[in-house]
Design a protein around this ligand. Structure first.
Ligand SMILES: *[C@@H]1O[C@H](CO)[C@@H](O)[C@H](O)[C@H]1NC(C)=O
Ligand SMILES: *[C@@H]1O[C@H](CO)[C@@H](O)[C@H](O)[C@H]1NC(C)=O
Ligand SMILES: *[C@@H]1O[C@H](CO)[C@@H](O)[C@H](O)[C@H]1NC(C)=O
Ligand SMILES: *[C@@H]1O[C@H](CO)[C@@H](O)[C@H](O)[C@H]1NC(C)=O
Ligand SMILES: *[C@@H]1O[C@H](CO)[C@@H](O)[C@H](O)[C@H]1NC(C)=O
Ligand SMILES: *[C@@H]1O[C@H](CO)[C@@H](O)[C@H](O)[C@H]1NC(C)=O
Length: 606
């Protein structure tokens, strides 16, 4: 059942390019909205009549519009979600013989249809007029020979557009073939809307959701010939890969060690001959594990045939899990290697890029590649010297004591510590369409504060990328890239003490007296992120870490019992995904072609 629901989401999330005749025009937005409503009303009248509002929304309403208007020998539409093709069927009834009895009179409000269309009555509607509606439109809908095409132009609240389109589709089922509307419906599908970046002779991955067997294709490019040009040097933070793997450097990693990571792990991931298998061990928050696995799959698309066989345990929580104090003396020789998003000086977790590099769908933080570009543009909006001369922070303070303490530094009747703090209410943002939580719109102050959450915070890269001088409240935890940030070069360090508010005030005062220097630190922080943390290097970090890890394995990775093979198709075509945004983010962050250059050269150990 769920599948039907998703095939409805499907086209919608992709934004199919099309030509059309029905949209906003000439700024008279209300007029067009009314047209939509009227369109809608026609099908609704029928539904309401059948008391359709009994839950299970789409399916219930569907059931009631399953046939064209009643007649004795009723024709029914085939509707079969197990034909999981995500394409539209072609065998629908084309036209229906109507009872030619005199029809009932419409309710009086339908008279207003004439009024609403009056502006175009004499001269008609040109393509140009329709196109100008684009500035306001959520979507363009086109009906050609009874088939429906949708181009998604921008997002809207919740599922308004989905259900509006659904309503129009039901109208076409209700009156198939009427006024040149025959009864076939096509949604633009996934495969057609991916437009990979063209390059001269680039190999492209086939990606075709209509092979929807939920199995992985076998025809992918296996290896790619690389240009054997001398590769670029990796950013300095990759040196830490050697450090993170040091506990296993001398004796290697046995199967038993990996197995002991199971007590903490969210999933086990196995790569055998370029295929990926996942055993889900326990749940985690939101979609962290999904996007982490997705990221690894994209790495395999980027470097086909190059990522070695391996078996690893991955923890997707906030906490670090492998404590140094539990692995001293004799136990120091059997530390379980566990991948995590962060670690601190007391732990031995192996750090790996967090899920936000492929997107944090629940809060609409887009994949990093997109966000980094948006931040670059966002930075141009307000020049450093024109930004507000205060230190800004916006986030959820209720995840750690430190953050709650920081709130005391906010502007109040008693004090002005040059600090402006705001609470991010994700619940409210979510119902608001995330209009006020865009990261690229938050580069408005000369100074930005970074403070950890429960452990590390994914916000650090977004904050550093703003061209504002980052006031970094000294963190306990680090993720994979933050270890090569240099104080006073990339950020201004602030110790967390009883005097934090005063220290923030002093830092801001310093910056406002030494604007050139403060601006320089701000820009150096952003440059670090723009240059060292572009997705190319994130993938290279993953590549080198996994390669070095794999060299330490003392056993042959095998496909575990109960593990499923995963690939981009099983994830992005999956029917069980709850939110269209997940699919959108996957399409957006998908690696379309293998890279034709070598990975960067790893720096030697310290
Ligand atoms: C739906 O399609 C599948 C596969 O084509 C078929 O086996 C099944 O009987 C169909 N179900 C219905 C209710 O028509
Ligand atoms: C799936 O779609 C293809 C063409 O896109 C068609 O040839 C095939 O018959 C379809 N399969 C099913 C089960 O509908
Ligand atoms: C996707 O697969 C179907 C069925 O295998 C095929 O008919 C179609 O041409 C493919 N589409 C693309 C874009 O490759
Ligand atoms: C779908 O899967 C079945 C076995 O699970 C296989 O026999 C069949 O060939 C597959 N079809 C396609 C189109 O991949
Ligand atoms: C901080 O102060 C500003 C200005 O008074 C206010 O708008 C904001 O809501 C305050 N933030 C918090 C977290 O109380
Ligand atoms: C900070 O304040 C707390 C309570 O006010 C006090 O117990 C603690 O000793 C102070 N710490 C320092 C370093 O001054």
């Amino acid at each position: 059942m769920v599948t039907c629901f998703h095939s409805v989401f499907w086209f919608w999330s992709q934004g199919a390019p099309l030509c059309g005749h029905f949209s906003m025009s000439l700024g008279k937005r209300w007029v067009s909205i009314t047209i939509f409503i009227l369109f809608f009303v026609i099908s609704f009248v029928y539904w309401i009549d059948k008391s359709a509002l009994t839950g299970n929304y789409i399916f219930r309403t569907f059931a009631n519009t399953i046939s064209p208007k009643k007649s004795s020998a009723q024709v029914e539409f085939p509707f079969n979600c197990s034909n999981l093709n995500l394409t539209c069927p072609t065998n629908h009834p084309a036209t229906i013989e109507k009872e030619e009895s005199s029809p009932v009179a419409c309710p009086a409000y339908m008279r207003w249809i004439h009024e609403d269309l009056r502006p175009w009555k004499s001269a008609g509607i040109t393509r140009d007029m329709v196109e100008r509606g684009r500035d306001y439109a959520t979507f363009r809908l086109v009906i050609v020979k009874g088939k429906v095409y949708v181009e998604q132009i921008r997002g809207t609240f919740q599922t308004r557009d989905i259900f509006t389109i659904w309503g129009i589709l039901q109208l076409l089922r209700l009156y198939p073939g009427k006024s040149a509307l025959t009864g076939n419906y096509i949604f633009r599908t996934f495969a057609n809307t991916i437009s990979p970046k063209k390059s001269s002779a680039q190999v492209e991955f086939p990606f075709n959701c209509s092979n929807l067997n939920l199995t992985c294709p076998t025809n992918h490019p296996a290896t790619i010939e690389k240009e054997e040009s001398s590769p670029v040097a990796c950013p300095a933070y990759m040196r830490w890969i050697h450090e993170d793997l040091r506990p296993w450097k001398s004796a290697g990693i046995t199967r038993d060690m990996v197995e002991r990571g199971r007590d903490y792990a969210t999933f086990r991931l196995v790569i055998v001959k370029g295929k990926v298998y996942v055993e889900q061990i326990r749940g985690t928050f939101q979609t962290r594990d999904i996007f982490t696995i997705w990221g690894i799959l994209q790495l395999l698309r980027l470097y086909p045939g190059k990522v070695p066989d391996l078996e690893l345990m991955f923890v997707c929580g906030d906490e670090t899990v492998i404590k140094k104090r539990d692995h001293q003396g004799l136990k120091a020789t059997s530390v379980p290697p566990v991948f995590n998003y962060c670690e601190d000086d007391e732990t031995l977790d192996i750090v790996f890029p967090d899920w936000t590099f492929w997107g944090w769908s629940e809060v609409d933080i887009k994949p990093w590649g997109t966000t980094l570009e948006a931040l670059k543009e966002g930075n141009k909006k307000i020049k450093w010297k024109d930004r507000k001369p205060y230190a800004f922070w916006k986030g959820n303070p209720y995840v750690s004591e430190k953050r709650v303490e920081l709130m005391k530094c906010n502007l109040s009747n008693k004090n002005d510590w040059n600090v402006r703090l705001y609470i991010q209410d994700w619940g409210k943002e979510s119902t608001n369409g995330f209009k006020n939580s865009k990261l690229e719109d938050q580069c408005t102050h000369r100074y930005k504060i970074y403070i950890e959450g429960k452990t590390w915070s994914v916000s650090e890269k977004y904050i550093l990328a703003c061209n504002s001088m980052t006031l970094l409240l000294m963190p306990q935890y680090h993720d994979f890239f933050t270890r090569s940030l240099v104080p006073m070069q990339h950020y201004w360090p602030i110790k967390i003490t009883n005097n934090t508010c005063r220290d923030l005030k002093l830092a801001v005062e310093w910056g406002n007296y030494h604007t050139d220097k403060a601006q320089e630190i701000g820009e150096a922080g952003s440059k670090f992120i723009q240059e060292n943390l572009k997705m190319d290097f994130v993938y290279d970090y993953m590549f080198h870490l996994l390669s070095e890890y794999s060299k330490l394995l003392k056993f042959e990775p095998t496909i575990p019992l109960g593990a499923l093979e995963v690939c981009s198709e099983t994830m992005a075509c999956r029917e069980g995904n709850k939110f269209w945004r997940i699919k959108n983010f996957m399409v957006e962050s998908m690696v379309k072609s293998p890279r034709d250059t070598l990975p960067c050269t790893m720096p030697p150990p310290l």
